[in-house]
Design a protein around this ligand. Structure first.
Ligand code: 26V
Length: 809
């Protein structure tokens, strides 16, 4: 049915009356939000049923993307856009005197992820559905998402994100499809008549896994896939227990509480990985429920024999977090389905594929043997056996690698190494950008690459251009479409057609005016959130991402301090005004990261209030960075700061989002920045600093001394001393930790080393910006070449190289 404003309004009125007991006239923004969501959900449900039916008949392999994180943000505009209702809904709301934006922002931003890894999972689901692949997400329905950030006197404080406080209209609880996950207990071994060993378990703690399904709609097609989020609950038979004494009653409540904790909250990504028992419970809970579910779906369609599971299902695990999928699938095949070890191993290692997202050693997951033994005794036995067979295999079949066994053993120093388990138990191991995959092969995972070269492959990350361009930047999208037609929406590689317009004055003017409009909108948001007025003609210099030392927000703020010092020395300095925009959450226990947030705030308060600076510099920190905030900042960005210490950022995806919106990258040769540079060419990007080889060489052989730079570079010494004496704080001690860390831990992320080239690059940026025509051409080149970074390209690669699937007709 095609809507008109009138019929859409009628439908809204009907929904409002039925679901909310309100008339159109009475309805507030919340009422309208729920009514619009109901209309969209109705459309989606119809397609959802059909898609499921289609998949039941279809022979194609189903993809299951298991991830501890899905950072989906808001879904309303995305869902409306995908079912072709966005325009008519906007028009109708406006005709009712309502601001659509205000209605849609009633939705709580679903923050079920930390950052890049979780957002990638969300972009992938969008591309899978839009490209008509049969693929589904499986995750946890955390009651609390990533904490909400508030800044008080420059200090980050964390508030719980109770995102389910109000009804979430997109989810459907499906209690009839609940499954049981077992923890603890005792394992018993029996010899069968034919002398085969069998295992059974007793006295396990049972947890009920209840699925909540969220529809994942494809763009203007009939596909609606499923994101299934599992919630941990008390088993049904236990939930109506009659406690015969007070103490039993409290014990019961306690028990229920501890079970519900499993899907209680999302762990924030920390500077140092810590093996917390609740976290491994979450991981096993997710993996066990998902694999039982996969097997149930397989049997419904293909009968009881699971020997061909890998022909009908493929499991992609998002980092090592779901790597217990390997022993869990082994357990089910052997203990429930009576497979031999060899058969179970064959099916498992043909079904599971693993994506690595980091080479930071401090982030690698390792679990104490004792913990796993107690919590998951049968799983531990299987991991033990996997390790035995793997090490034996090396000893006998690869004598040249015998001395490498301690480096590759799945169990070593009383710990289970999850990345090793994931590599051994899967048929594909991929990195997320070319450089990252090379580092995995040549360094981090070299012995494994020597053993299994054909498992390793690269899949450079991508982002959904439908959300990150079409949805968040309608004005730019329209300008693009007017120039090259709408084909780019389905085939983002077509954006390259914009190169034909890089000398077209009217087109360049349009690009510039769209950017200016977006800057004005962001300036307004900044004004309303911070009270600070920014100059809309200044360069919008943006660094938005989690706060980590390796991402080097510190280098950026050093640049700000440097410019401030320059202006103080010479107030009439001819400097193009700049607005530095930061947004970042620090993990609650990451001291250094919190210090940097504090420093940014203190520098901001000095710079922003200094009359002498005459509005040439402004420093803005927007609190509570999340998907919705990113959607507002990215269209207005002119400079995209991607300045990680080379070799440390596996890929980065914010770099792609800003490039696609016409921002220029200031970046190191790290992660996907390298691939951006290879496409746009050296003239359309600002590259600086040490490369990964130099960094890795310093780490291996030494030769860098931070103190030398402190003593020889006056600019650096001045800044460092300002930190020391509290020039940006009320008390003297304020930033001593940063000062000592840099000088006495030898600046592990090479901030001081890269300072000079960074400043120099920014001087080049400034000169380039002064030539607006040149700048606009660069901007066009960045948009034009960004098609490669659509997650559609990434998903096509996963589909053809790893999953071996084709779109469903
Ligand atoms: C670590 C931890 C450890 C403590 C518990 C919770 C937790 C959650 C996440 C993580 C970090 C996982 C690694 C990660 O997020 N990597 C990022 O992945 C992006 C997508 O591939 C990539 O663009 C970024 O460069 C990479 O840092």
């Amino acid at each position: 049915m095609e809507y008109t404003v009138e019929t859409f309004q009628d439908h809204l009125a009907e929904k409002l009356k039925k679901d909310r007991g309100r008339t159109l006239q009475e309805a507030n923004e919340k009422d309208l939000y729920y009514a619009v969501a109901a209309i969209a959900q109705e459309r989606l449900n119809e397609k959802w049923v059909n898609t499921r039916e289609k998949y039941k008949q279809n022979e194609e392999r189903q993809v299951y993307y298991i991830s501890m994180e899905f950072l989906i943000g808001r879904l309303m505009e995305n869902n409306l856009m995908n079912c072709g209702l966005l325009d008519i809904c906007n028009k109708t709301l406006i005709s009712l005197g309502k601001d659509p934006e205000k209605v849609y922002s009633q939705e709580h931003d679903a923050g079920l992820g930390n950052g890049g890894l979780g957002r990638l999972a969300a972009c992938f689901l969008d591309s899978i559905a839009s490209l008509r692949y049969a693929g589904h997400g499986s995750g946890i329905r955390y009651r609390y998402g990533l904490f909400e950030q508030r800044i008080i006197h420059g200090n980050q404080v964390e508030l719980p994100d109770y995102w389910l406080k109000e009804d979430y209209p997109w989810e459907t609880r499906r209690p009839e499809e609940s499954l049981t996950v077992h923890f603890g207990g005792e394992v018993h071994m029996h010899h069968r008549a034919d002398n085969v060993l069998e295992f059974s378990y007793e006295d396990t703690d049972e947890v009920r896994a209840v699925p909540y399904d969220v529809p994942v709609s494809g763009y203007h097609n009939d596909v609606v896939n499923t994101l299934r989020l599992w919630s941990a609950e008390l088993p049904e038979q236990e939930s109506d227990i009659l406690a015969e004494s007070e103490s039993k009653y409290y014990h019961h409540l306690d028990h229920m509480h501890s079970i519900e904790q499993i899907s209680g909250f999302l762990y924030p990504d920390d500077s140092q990985y810590e093996g917390k028992e609740l976290r491994i419970k979450q991981q096993y809970f997710l993996v066990s429920a998902t694999i039982q579910n996969i097997i149930r779906e397989f049997k419904e369609k293909n009968g009881r024999d699971l020997h061909k599971l890998h022909e009908k299902a493929v499991i992609q695990i998002n980092d090592t977090h779901p790597s217990l999928a390997v022993p869990e699938l082994m357990r089910i095949l052997m203990d429930n389905e009576k497979f031999s070890w060899e058969d179970a191993w064959e099916v498992t290692t043909k079904t599971i594929a693993y994506t690595n997202h980091t080479t930071l050693s401090e982030a690698l997951e390792k679990w104490p043997v004792e913990m796993i033994k107690n919590l998951l005794p049968r799983i531990y036995m299987i991991i033990y056996e996997i390790n035995e067979r793997f090490c034996r295999g090396i000893w006998f079949d690869h004598p040249e690698l015998r001395d490498k066994i301690p480096e590759v053993a799945v169990i070593a120093d009383d710990q289970i190494h999850m990345a090793r388990l994931a590599i051994v138990g899967s048929f594909s191991v991929n990195g997320v950008a070319q450089l990252h995959t090379e580092i995995l092969k040549k360094k981090e995972m070299k012995p494994f690459y020597d053993l299994f070269p054909s498992k390793f492959n690269n899949k450079t990350n991508g982002i959904t251009h439908r959300r990150w361009l079409l949805q968040v930047n309608p004005a730019l999208s329209q300008t693009i479409t007017e120039a090259i037609g709408p084909q780019w929406i389905r085939q983002p590689a077509k954006l390259i057609g914009l190169m034909r317009y890089s000398n077209d004055r009217p087109f360049l003017d349009d690009i510039a005016s769209v950017k200016h409009q977006n800057k004005l909108a962001l300036a307004e948001l900044i004004k309303s959130r911070t009270g600070i007025t920014i100059n809309e003609h200044s360069i919008f210099d943006v660094q938005i991402k989690r706060l980590h030392e390796y991402k080097r927000q510190l280098l950026n703020i050093f640049h700000v301090i440097y410019l401030y010092n320059e202006l103080k020395d010479n107030p009439s300095l001819d400097l193009t005004p700049r607005t530095f925009i930061f947004a970042a959450k620090a993990a609650p226990s990451y001291h250094m990261a919190k210090e940097v947030i504090k420093l940014i705030h203190h520098v901001a308060s000095v710079v922003n209030h200094d009359k002498e600076i005459n509005d040439k510099l402004k420093v803005i920190f927007l609190e509570n960075y999340n998907v919705s905030l990113a959607e507002k900042i990215i269209p207005a960005a002119e400079l995209s700061e991607q300045i990680s210490t080379a070799s440390k950022e596996a890929s980065g995806t914010g770099n792609m989002k800003m490039m696609m919106n016409g921002a220029m990258t200031v970046g190191t040769l790290d992660g996907a920045n390298i691939e951006i540079k290879d496409l746009v060419g050296d003239d359309n990007i600002f590259i600086f600093g040490l490369n990964s080889e130099q960094v890795l060489d310093y780490y291996a052989n030494g030769g860098y001394n931070a103190k030398d730079i402190y003593h020889t570079d006056e600019r650096v010494r001045r800044i460092m001393d300002q930190l020391q004496v509290g020039a940006f704080g009320s008390q003297e001690i304020e930033f001593k930790d940063i000062f000592y860390h840099m000088l006495y831990h030898n600046d592990p992320y090479f901030v001081l080393k890269d300072f000079d080239p960074y400043i120099e690059t920014h001087e080049l940026v400034e000169r380039s910006y002064r030539n607006q025509e040149y700048w606009q051409k660069m901007s066009v080149a960045n948009i034009a070449y960004s098609g490669k970074f659509s997650s559609d390209r990434t998903i096509h690669e996963y589909a053809s190289d790893i999953w071996k699937i084709k779109p469903v007709k």
